[in-house]
Design a binder for this molecule. Sequence first.
Ligand code: MV4
Length: 445
Amino acid sequence: MFQKILIANRGEIALRIQRACRELGIPTVAVHSTADAEAMHVRLADESVCIGPPAAKDSYLNIPAILSAAAITGAEAIHPGYGFLAEHAGFADMVEAHGLTFIGPSAAHIRMMGDKIAAKAAMGKLGVPLVPGSDGVVPDAAKARKLAERIGYPVLIKAVAGGGGRGMKVARDAGELDEAFTVARTEARAAFGNDAVYLEKYLDHPRHIELQVFADAHGSVVHFGERDCSLQRRHQKLLEEAGSPALTARERAALGETAVNALAQVGYRNAGTLEFLYQDGQFAFIEMNTRLQVEHPVTEMVCGVDLVREQIRVAAGAPLGFTQSDVVFSGHAIECRITAEDPVTFAPTPGRVTAYHAPGGLGVRVDSALYAGYFVPPYYDSLVAKLIVHAPTRGDAINRLRRALDEFAVVGIQTTIPLHRRIVDDGAFQAGEYSIHWLEGFVGG
Ligand code: MV4
């Protein structure tokens, strides 16, 4: 096992990783920007190294500074968390080139899944269901038009290098195609420096369902079921559930079996998430994320597994300690992402937290780096806490969530806690009847 792990992240996820390390008896190194000198992830680490000024590009994305911090502290492995360098294949390569272990998939798999066409081609070939669309890059609007006639409107033009919904345009009919194609291309070039685009049939009311998979370095692959992440606004998720209110145990098992088989075939290792759109009883794979995700706790709660601990064990070469039949799904879990934002306008609300009280009790988990007196800096993502509840049924989980939200006090800054209270009390949410467009209607765009 590793003698020391450097955590190349901040906030709640840096704490989450520290907790797993501590339970494994592994000392941790925190890295931090000058803006985070007082942060909880620095206070609770065994050692810390300042790696640069506040702007992420100078600190949490500063690869030479992070590798130097690992060298001077004698860390043997680096956990990237999510965001920042988590899906940077070049970083994974550099970590390994310095004789360290990257706690995650191989650089080759990060690279493959970062290319959306390559990811779809690889998964499609192995029997994972896909959205109908182009087999590869669509070179010009004329080709796009031909293809759209074949698969039927509406269609969606997507950037190969895309993500987060940028460089994505719908064409509802042939009259909209040329402009959608040109705009998607231009946006893709501006956002990613890569104007390659592809085409898919546009699904107009899907749910966003993702499957958690996990593989060791010895060819064993298991899945930990799905998360329903449909409640999002502008591609920012607000609330996630495990399992999906729309899925049966039979559908979960069938999807899991297909995905596990495909990942075994491509020789995947460590944690991964397959993203699907689910509409009218059908799954369609769209992308794969090669990182630990923000919403991993809901999966941990229903499976009773510590995903970060398993990531570390598998990265050290240990075999998975269980098979698929050992993975038992129990109850229902819901996570609320609490951000330092105005709950109506969503404007960021950095500032001093003057008082803080986290909820507790049976089935309640709070992953947060907040404390009374902490100053939420304006430089980074506004996520300040994740409230996760677990209960035997979805109805019980909703009641527990309402109770826990009522206990939660973050004073001094505005947060999205009041918005989560409104969602929990909504009839459509309670019935589990929502698509990816529901929340934007609920909050008014
Ligand atoms: C789609 C789609 C409808 N049809 N693909 C948005 C970001 C990227 N990860 C994929 N996205 C979508 N792809 C087809 N063929 C609708 C979306 C989409 C979406 C997907 C997941 C979660 C939220 C979303 C919000 C708007 C659009």
